[in-house]
Design a protein around this ligand. Sequence first.
Ligand SMILES: [Zn+2]
Ligand SMILES: [Zn+2]
Length: 165
Amino acid sequence: MSDENLTKPRQAEPVSGGCQCGAVRYSIGRLGKATICHCRMCQKAFGNYFAPLVVAHNIEWTRGKPAIFRSSETNWRGFCNQCGTPLTYEYEGHVEIAIGTLDNPDLAPPVQQVNARYRRHGVHGLIQLPEKPLDEMQQDELWNQSVVSHQHPDHDTEADYQPGD
Ligand SMILES: [Zn+2]
Ligand SMILES: [Zn+2]
């Protein structure tokens, strides 16, 4: 990996993002520390091996609001109640946002693993897994190009935007 790939891209402020259907959109004044959390609660909340999260300072909900599941006595998890996208991990006075929901997730490269002792076995060596052979990759790419997406684009849209447009 070249040093270039490790350099944090310049953060254009504020930072925008939202759920996959576009019913919930946000603007973040400043991004804080980005981590991946391996705890079992994050695995369930994200339906995944771990949760990539970045601290969101001065977050404003610019369209809709996340629905909230109170996942513990002290914590809340926000998600879109129309498309199910996990959006936040929260405790009193503190909001972290799911990195994959940023319009540009590269703005928040994780710098630390949290709750590493709960890391699932499958995580080790994930990116060393063999890639599909070239001809299959090319077929996948053709397929990708044929997909008509119903997801919200990676930028803010007009107020009359309808999910699925
Ligand atoms: Zn949504
Ligand atoms: Zn966690």
